[in-house]
Write a protein that binds this ligand. Sequence first.
Ligand code: NA7
Length: 564
Amino acid sequence: MRPPTGRSPRRLMTSPEPAQDQTPARLAADTDVLVVGAGITGIYQLFRALEAGFSAQLLEAGHGVGGTWYWNRYPGARFDSESYTYGYLFSKELFEEWEWQEHFAQQPEIERYLNHVVDRFDLRRHMRCGARVTSATYAESSGRWAVETSEGTEYRARFLVAATGILSVPYFPDLPGRQSFRGESYHTGMWPETPVDFVGKRVAVIGTGSSGVQVIPAIAGEVASLTVYQRTANWCTPLNNRAITPEEQAQLRAGFETMCETLNTSPSGFLHPVCDRQAFDDSIAERLAFFEAMWDSPGFSKLTSNYTDLTANHAANALWCEFIAEKIRSIVRNPETAERLIPKDHLYAEKRPPFVTGYYEVYNSPNVSLVDLKQTPIVRVTEHGIETTDGARDFDIIVWGTGFDFGTGALSRMGIRGRRGLALEDHWADGPKTFLGVQSAGFPNFFFPGGPHAAAGNNPRYNGDQVDFITGTLVSLRDRGYDTIEVDPADEERWTSMVDTGAAASPFGESSYFFGSNIPGKPRRYLLNSGGRPKLFKEIRKVVDNDYEAFRLSRSSDPAEATA
Ligand code: NA7
């Protein structure tokens, strides 16, 4: 793949060159494509747009690139998808030259990788970090987006691509006194660049989702005391991470094409082999041996390679849960603590299952204790610590592993205004409405790859499909002299209905954040697409084959467009 280095971007036929003498003082850039977010999707979108010959810029709120992998720099943060299946696959050279150290890389390595990609493809000069988008307004007269940032600058673009992520707006529960705590307070999703010193400190961790259960074992050995505040126990299973051997590195390089093919035909974007049996096809002894093999298998294969009826058949799922419960009882020495760590209110994968390294083991340490918030809820945060119905404890540090406003959080907070000033957050007041998880009606030339409604599974794989689709669409528009594209409301309605009705087929229950249920007042709508990547692929192909009939294409010089 040829990097865009040194190419002079071709501008869209209708994009005027910014006239120097008319440029307002605050105008920082005027481009064909403006990308928001320097996460894995935004970096790829910037690369693709430049490669296709568009002028492009990227704005990022963080002071460095990486998105999720910039903000979530807490101790223990790492992939739970295999590193080589999560990274970019658009360039074989890149794949060959970057050797991941572990099957599930840790945050510092991931951040280094994304910085390497940015430099390798000479993207940094097209990026502006520390610039948070505060508003984005579509001007119908010019057919262009005007985007303002926290720096007080304005950017204009024909196409706006928000690659702002689905897990990028941290959620803090509205607990009385939260602001009054005088010690140090950190959210896992907004971790400071300067490392936090936990040594000898009294630490509280609130939340036992994927982030909480990663940070807990990572700091347990350093702190004076660690108190874990758990509201809902999760079905945690071992990540089974290990270093990638030199032989495996060679195999990965030699098998690149085959690996890509497997990933592209896997519904959820993993390499894990699919099981050929249902749970009750096996005898009790065979099932036990199979579950042991699952327990020892890497990451998400406990879901993707498990019995085919695991999530559809409650009896099958209950057997797997009982197996995990026995594992927890065998690891955690205090029987009461073990029972509190075993979920009683949901089956496996009804909530997003976390993967852990040494998690249950930490509860055997004398300096670690577990508070069950179902029995003794938090009453308030005090100046010195946390008070539950069982009394108060003092802390030096509180870690909030309390999750994110999933799917729509960032997009609803960016001040996006489409036709006739339509606010995206109003258009989505009852839940997101999208076509292919990339566009909404009433918001011409605005795309949001990696947003809600796309698929489910190994995120970069299907977010990459969306970026490829968007880039191909922009090229097609340019080739045919169009400069405006907007999805037909009927197709938005069709895709949104498909997502809503397909929610019943999702393994995730309504109590999972995939339905927005962790945010008070948020509409309970499914935010993924249970048709998965195959459905997304199929529909993208149909759109292209049918000459974009789901979209209205126009020229900004058309009178209808100018006055619409
Ligand atoms: P999650 O998975 O949403 O977990 C959030 C945790 O915070 C979860 O245990 C919640 O308990 C807990 N929580 C939320 N609100 C409260 C209050 N008010 N009191 C106590 N505990 C609370 O977020 P993560 O950051 O762990 O993981 C998000 C994704 O990042 C993950 O799925 C990966 O894709 C990476 P609850 O279950 O709601 O009872």
